[in-house]
Design a protein around this ligand. Structure first.
Ligand code: CTP
Ligand code: MG
Length: 335
């Protein structure tokens, strides 16, 4: 009997694999979109350099980490050498410059947690957020990008998970659910702990890339072209992985005691990090260690209500993958 169930599961997975891959393919941005983004970045660079000749602009976030779906906004970091700048002043000045150049909806948000200028480019229709000297975000963007080069299944899984999270309303940090960045880290962690592992732990290997940012040493193995075979012994396909991912977060993760840590490639205990109780606004109800800012729990936005929503959504998704005859429709039904 159990043999028959295994056989049934196999054919279910065979059936789900192609539709899931098709969803992934439909989300991948087209070449034209990428070249529009580059074009916008180049014109922003010209504007910025008139005022700050040595400043550099970097793309970060989903437009640069390879986890960006089609029609995403772009995230830009303005890196200024002078350490004594007043960020608010710079942002207001920047907003004036952009406004004068006919960019639309220009808005300086100087009081946000990460202060930014928002704008929309009427030529390409691309919206853009510019922050200042957020170099750690540029470095963690490179880390995610490098992980994505190792095994195609990471990008497939993360696109599907992000798509699911957006449609189900659990990708809204100000409502206490998780950022896209947190979901991608959950995917990397999940593929690191798979048996056999699909992803290595780059920060646990010999460092070939080392930078120090805000007193934090960021070091890891970035020669990922040598790791293209790393996950080859694991034959799981995307349908199995999506299923197992939701099952993991619904039923297997120990929320009370464990912290997921891409940095170490494993779980670490909440006790070891002193994340066992609420401190200020950090409740540590789901713990996701930032790979470089290791005192930073990306789950800190989650409160006692939203943790329930989140776990119910994981359970719903796991059950759909398990029992639903047409999971690719039900899974992504808007909330
Ligand atoms: N970031 C960070 N710490 C956080 C949240 C975000 O360092 N707590 C940085 C990361 O570099 C991340 C970027 O900000 O890649 C953008 O974050 P987010 O908007 O969550 O992710 P995107 O990848 O841009 O996703 P989306 O496609 O939803 O815009
Ligand atoms: Mg973004």
């Amino acid at each position: 009997r159990s043999h028959k169930r295994v056989v049934d599961c196999r054919s279910d997975i065979d059936r789900m694999n192609a539709p899931l891959l098709a969803i992934y393919e439909s989300l991948v941005p087209k070449e034209e979109e990428k070249s529009n983004q580059k074009q916008l970045l180049t014109s922003l660079e010209k504007l910025v350099n008139k005022e700050w000749p040595t400043a550099q602009l970097y793309l970060y976030g989903s437009c640069a980490n390879s986890f960006g779906v089609s029609k995403s906004d772009i995230d830009v970091c303005l890196a200024l050498e002078d350490p004594d700048i007043n960020k608010s002043e710079v942002l207001l000045k920047l907003a004036d410059i952009l406004q004068a150049d006919n960019l639309e909806n220009v808005q300086a948000l100087t009081r946000a947690r990460v202060p930014i200028v928002k704008l929309m480019d009427p030529v390409t229709g691309i919206s853009c957020d510019i922050c200042i000297n957020n170099v750690l975000a540029v470095v963690n963007t490179k880390l995610l990008h490098d992980y994505a080069q190792i095994d195609d299944r990471l990008r497939q899984l993360a696109f599907i998970v992000k798509h699911w999270a957006k449609l189900r309303g659990v990708n809204v940090t100000y409502q206490g659910t998780l950022s896209s960045y947190a979901y991608v880290l959950m995917c990397i962690h999940f593929l690191q702990q798979r048996k056999p592992a699909i992803l290595p732990c780059l920060q646990g290997m010999e460092a070939t890339y080392v930078v120090t940012v805000d007193d934090i040493e960021c070091a890891y193995f970035d020669q990922v072209q040598h790791l293209r075979d790393f996950g080859a012994r694991n034959k799981e396909r995307i349908a199995e992985l999506v299923w197992a991912f939701f099952d993991y977060w619904a039923y297997r993760h120990d929320y009370a005691n464990s912290v997921i840590s891409v940095r170490t490639g494993s779980l670490i205990s909440k006790r070891a990090k002193d994340w066992t109780r609420r401190i200020g606004n950090d409740r540590h109800l789901i713990c996701i260690e930032d790979p470089f800012e290791i005192s930073h729990d990306l789950g800190r936005v989650v409160d006692k209500y939203s943790i329930k929503t989140l776990r119910e959504e994981f359970e719903r998704a796991a059950n759909i993958m398990h029992y639903d005859p047409d999971p690719c429709v039900t899974l992504f039904e808007p909330y």
